[in-house]
Design a protein around this ligand. Structure first.
Ligand code: DUC
Ligand code: ZN
Ligand code: ZN
Length: 478
C-alpha cells in the first residue's frame, strides 16, 4: 500500500508567511507531511517550476440569489462553483438571503437544497439579514451562529433590505455576545434616492448615471457611520467592497481609535472605472455594480490599500447577470432607466489571475501577501482556519498549482460561469492556476476538469476566535 494517496512534488510552496521548496504528502483528504523527496504516492502531481498555493477562498459571492421581479441570477451552485474552481478557488462563501417573513432557518434549508450534490468547491454560507426583529436577533440568529452560520451581512442601502442604524447596532450587539462576524454594505440610501430622483427628472437615465447617483460621498458617510456603530457596540466589523480612498481613510482613522475593522476590496475597484459605464448601446450596463467603479485616482488608492495592508480581504463580489437577456441587464425596465439594471458583475474565475498578474507579477505585492489576501485571511475572518486557508500538516488538502509563466488573454468564451460576458474581456494576464486539488482529489489537471459535481461539500464555520484582524491573529499563531 502507498504511504500517501497523493504527492504534490517539486513545487514552490507559499503560505501567508513563507515561501519554500517542498513536496506535499496527502492522505484521507488532509495534508499529512511536508518535506523533501517524499516517496510512495498512489498518485503524483509534478509541480516543478510551479507555485503551490492554498486554494483560493472567495468569501463574497452570490449564486441563485433572488434579485427582483423578472430578474434571474446567471449562476447557480453548479456553474458558480465550477467557474470558481477553474479560477483556482477551493472554497466559496455565497450569501443566503433572508426573505422577509420567512424564518432564517427555512431560507437556509432552501440554499442547502440548491447546493447539495451540485458543488465543485467546498461552500460555507453567510446570512443576509433583512429582518432584524427582536425574535430574530434574540433567538434565531444566536442559534444559527452556534450551528455554523457565524457571519452575516447587513445593508445600509437597497429598498427592502436596508436596516436602520438602530437595527444595525442591535445586530452588532448580538455579534458581540455570540462571536458572529458582521459584514456591512456601506452606502447612504436616502442620499442615493435623492440623486436618482434628480437624474431621472433631468432625463439622465443611461447606465453611467448609476455611478453618478452613488458617488464616493455616499459610501464615505456610510462607512464612517458603520464604523462608529461598531465602535459604540465594541465589536469587530467587516467593511465589504471598499471602492475609494475616502472610505479607506475612514477605515484607517477608525483603526487609530481602536476599532477592529477588516477591510475588503474587489477586482472591479482595481481595474475598472466609471467610464466603463459609458458604453454604446447600453453596454455600460455590463459594469453596473454597487458601489460603482470610480476613477483612476480611486483605483490607485485601492491598490495602495492592497499594497500597504489596509485591506485584509480581496474578494470577487461575483454577482452575475446575463447582459443580453430580458432576465438580466437588458430587462425591459433596465433598458428604460439605470435604476432597474440589476446590480452586480461576474468575477469569481478572474479574481485570482487578475491579482496574481497585476499584483505579484508586476511587483506590487509578494506571494505571501497574495495568499493572505486571497485565502488565509478569508479563512481566519470567517471561522474556517486552520482547516482551510493554509498549507500545514492537518489542514484540508485544498491546493491550487499555478503556472507563473503562462500568458492568457481573458475571453468570456474560455470562462465557465453562466453569464454571457466578462467585464475583463481582452485583458492580458500572466499566471493561471492550471491544476486544482480539493480535499486531496485532483479536480482540474492541466486545465482540464477531471472532478465532478458534488465533490464539493458544505463546511460549517466556527465563531470568531479573536477580536483581532487576520494580521494580528497571525502574530498570535492562531
Ligand atoms: N452590490 C451588492 O451589494 N451586492 C451584489 C452586487 C452589487 O453590485
Ligand atoms: Zn454589498
Ligand atoms: Zn455582494
Amino acid at each position: 500500500m502507498s504511504e500517501f494517496d497523493l504527492i504534490i512534488r517539486g513545487g514552490t510552496v507559499a503560505t501567508a508567511s513563507d515561501v519554500f521548496r517542498a513536496d506535499i504528502g496527502i492522505t484521507g483528504g488532509k495534508i499529512v507531511q511536508i518535506g523533501e523527496r517524499l516517496g510512495g504516492g498512489a498518485e503524483v502531481v509534478a509541480a516543478d517550476g510551479k507555485f503551490v498555493l492554498p486554494g483560493g477562498i472567495d468569501s463574497h459571492v452570490h449564486f441563485s440569489q433572488p434579485s427582483g421581479p423578472g430578474i434571474v441570477m446567471a449562476d447557480d451552485f453548479e456553474s458558480g462553483t465550477r467557474s470558481a474552481l477553474f479560477g483556482g478557488n477551493t472554497t466559496v462563501m455565497p450569501f443566503c438571503l433572508q426573505q422577509k417573513g420567512v424564518p432564517l432557518r427555512e431560507s437556509l434549508n432552501a440554499y442547502h437544497a440548491l447546493a447539495e450534490g451540485n458543488c465543485y468547491t467546498d461552500v460555507s454560507f453567510h446570512l443576509i439579514l433583512s429582518d432584524a426583529s427582536e425574535s430574530i436577533l434574540g433567538q434565531d440568529l444566536p442559534a444559527l451562529v452556534a450551528d455554523g452560520y457565524s457571519s452575516l451581512k447587513v445593508f445600509m442601502t437597497y429598498e427592502g433590505l436596508r436596516l436602520s442604524d438602530g437595527e444595525i447596532i442591535r445586530t452588532l450587539d448580538v455579534a458581540r455576545s455570540t462571536g458572529a462576524t458582521v459584514m456591512v454594505h456601506c452606502e447612504n440610501e436616502d442620499a442615493i434616492r435623492f440623486l436618482i430622483a434628480r437624474h431621472e427628472a433631468a432625463g439622465d437615465v443611461a447606465p453611467r448615471a448609476h455611478a453618478s447617483t452613488r458617488p464616493v460621498a455616499v459610501e464615505r458617510e456610510a462607512t464612517h457611520r458603520a464604523l462608529t456603530l461598531a465602535e459604540i457596540a465594541d465589536v469587530p466589523v467587516v467593511i465589504v467592497h471598499v471602492s475609494n480612498g475616502a472610505a479607506i481613510e475612514e477605515i484607517a482613522r477608525a483603526r487609530t481609535r481602536g476599532v477592529k475593522v477588516i477591510g475588503e476590496t474587489c477586482p472591479q475597484y482595481l481595474m475598472l472605472t466609471a467610464d466603463d459605464l459609458d458604453g454604446m448601446n447600453w453596454e455600460g450596463a455590463k459594469f453596473v455594480c454597487s458601489p460603482p467603479p470610480r476613477d483612476k485616482n480611486e483605483q490607485i488608492a485601492c491598490w495602495r490599500g492592497i499594497e500597504t495592508g489596509i485591506f485584509d480581504l480581496y474578494s470577487s463580489d461575483h454577482c452575475p447577470f446575463r447582459y443580453d437577456d430580458v432576465h438580466g441587464k437588458l430587462n425591459p425596465r433596465g433598458r428604460a432607466s439605470f435604476r432597474h439594471i440589476p446590480n452586480g458583475i461576474p468575477g469569481v474565475e478572474t479574481r485570482l489571475p487578475i491579482l496574481f498578474s497585476e499584483g505579484v507579477v508586476k511587483g506590487r505585492i509578494d506571494l505571501p501577501r497574495f495568499v493572505a489576501l486571497t485565502s488565509t485571511n478569508h479563512a481566519k475572518t470567517y471561522g474556517l482556519y486552520p482547516q482551510k486557508g493554509t498549507i500545514t500538516v492537518g489542514a484540508d488538502a485544498d491546493l491550487a498549482i499555478w503556472d507563473p509563466t503562462v500568458t492568457r488573454r481573458i475571453r468570456h468564451a474560455d470562462l465557465h460561469d453562466g453569464a454571457d460576458y466578462t467585464p475583463y474581456e481582452g485583458m492580458d494576464v500572466t499566471g493561471w492556476p492550471t491544476t486544482v486539488v480539493l480535499g486531496g482529489r485532483v479536480m482540474i489537471r492541466d486545465g482540464e476538469l477531471v472532478g465532478h459535481k458534488g465533490d464539493g461539500a458544505y463546511r460549517p464555520a466556527s465563531i470568531r476566535r479573536s477580536a483581532a484582524s487576520p494580521a494580528s491573529m497571525e502574530k498570535q499563531g492562531q
